[in-house]
Design a protein around this ligand. Structure first.
Ligand code: HEM
Length: 158
């Protein structure tokens, strides 16, 4: 099992690889809900915990929304469309300051969970590739904040 994290690059936008529906076929709805539940349990212990709900009921709802999306995306019932409408995921992530480092933390949590999820190796690799690549779309904040005094260094291109 070799689940690599692709370094984030601000100069390119990766067109994510979209796997077939095997993740849903192998895990079923309950298996996906369990995987996402363990992901969120890891996230609320991580160094990006402040982004996620602290309250148990709210956390449960967040788990449901995230699992609904994966279930629908990979061929299961369209719970997400019914409950939330269009995915618009970049827009829905916009209120959070997601830096390249936050992405790495999020992916490390996901990787830990995926390594202990009962999947065939091919499905695990392909699903990871989707998660790794698609997660670059949610990064919306550079690592270093722009100086608040408005100063921008002048760069002379060669
Ligand atoms: C770059 C790493 C990511 C971070 C730090 C992140 C963080 C968050 C946060 C803070 C929320 C709001 C709380 C919640 O409802 O869970 C959220 C919602 C959500 N995330 Fe992410 N996310 C990331 C990547 C992804 C990816 C790659 C996907 C899809 C595969 C995804 C799918 C979702 C969905 C479906 C929701 C619920 C949207 C809604 O209906 O409100 N996220 N995420």
């Amino acid at each position: 099992m070799n689940l690599r994290i692709t370094p984030y690059r601000s100069d390119i936008q990766i067109q994510p690889f979209i796997p077939d529906n095997r993740i849903y076929e192998e895990l079923g709805e309950e298996g996906i809900r369990d995987m996402i539940s363990r992901l969120y349990d890891a996230l609320v212990q991580s160094d990006i915990q402040e982004m996620f709900p602290k309250e148990a009921e709210e956390l449960q709802l967040a788990k449901e929304r995230a699992a609904d999306f994966i279930i629908q995306r990979f061929g299961g019932p369209k719970w997400y469309a019914q409950r939330r409408g269009k995915p618009l995921l970049s827009q829905r992530h916009a209120p959070f300051r997601i830096t390249p480092k936050s992405r790495t933390t999020w992916l490390r949590c996901y990787r830990e969970v995926l390594e202990t999820t009962p999947l065939s190796e091919k499905t695990r690799q392909e699903y990871w590739r989707f998660i790794d690549e698609f997660s670059t779309w949610m990064v919306n904040t550079p690592e270093e904040p722009v100086p608040s005094n408005g100063f921008r260094p002048v760069i002379h291109p060669k």
